[in-house]
Design a protein around this ligand. Structure first.
Ligand code: ADP
Ligand code: MG
Length: 239
């Protein structure tokens, strides 16, 4: 029961300056899609428009065929994972996971079930009573992902969630995120400027440059048949 996302001519204009130019994109149900491109190419802006955190200046966004342009963020069935520093420092891990659900008025047994389930998936059960400052970088990142999981969203969006971690941990978290995707089966979009991350994690890569899609496809297809020099250079294709 995974969810599809369609973008038709999606644009973003900031104060008269167009930063996203007519993007057409089909994201298939259950795919792990990676938006990759250099800093400033529009990855975060695109993700935030899909999430509903940013107005869409032109074109149409659809989720499972339904127009979403005017639907508020809270009604899109999307959870966005931010970097680990977005945890509440004065709350326990349990509370960090439960807080949003409590605020939404959810009953305690349901909250406990969801927190336990997320803790199992992420293997952070023994950490639930700790405060964020008593966690390692990787553990904090898991809690940040846990806050998305407890909401049971249809779609997960990740904006460079590993960029603050050291190289070794980043490699480990890539593997864990891939496992998480296989386990949950949700549609996920992952943003990075790191081509290795894109190549190793993606079902489908979308290469962006200056607010335009340069190429979209499976990692090996892009590697073997890059559409242009930019794509070839960016993903390290030999051609
Ligand atoms: P990326 O995430 O790929 O690094 P962004 O989506 O953050 O790129 O930014 C894309 C472009 O939009 C950049 O030129 C950036 O300066 C511009 N931009 C992003 N947010 C704003 C904003 N709130 N106001 C004006 N310009 C913005
Ligand atoms: Mg960004």
């Amino acid at each position: 029961m995974a969810t599809s996302i369609q973008l038709d001519g999606v644009e973003k204009v900031y104060g008269g300056l167009r930063v996203i130019h007519g993007i057409d994109l089909q994201i298939d149900p259950g795919d792990f899609t990676v938006f990759v491109g250099p800093s400033g190419c529009g990855k975060s802006t695109l993700l935030r428009m899909i999430a509903g955190l940013e107005d869409i200046s032109g074109g149409e966004l659809r989720i499972d065929g339904q127009r979403m342009n005017e639907v508020p963020a809270s009604k899109r069935g999307i959870a966005m994972v931010f970097q680990s520093y977005a945890l509440y420092p004065h709350m326990s891990v349990y509370k960090n996971l439960a807080f949003g659900l409590e605020t939404a008025g959810m009953k305690k047994p349901e909250i406990e079930r969801r927190v336990q389930e997320a803790a199992d998936v992420l293997q952070i059960g023994p950490l639930l009573q700790r405060k964020p400052k008593a966690l390692s970088g990787g553990q904090r990142q898991r809690v940040a992902i846990g806050r998305a999981i407890v909401r049971e969203p249809k779609i997960f969006l990740f904006d460079e969630p590993l960029s603050n971690l050291d190289a070794e941990l980043r490699v480990q978290m890539r593997v864990e995120l891939t496992r998480l995707h296989q386990q949950l089966g949700n549609t996920m979009i992952y943003v990075t400027h790191d081509q290795v991350e894109a190549m190793t994690m993606a079902d489908k890569i979308v290469v962006l440059k200056e607010g335009r899609v340069m190429q979209a496809g499976r990692p090996l297809d892009l590697y073997n048949h890059p559409a242009n020099r930019f794509v070839a250079g960016f993903i390290g294709s030999p051609k």
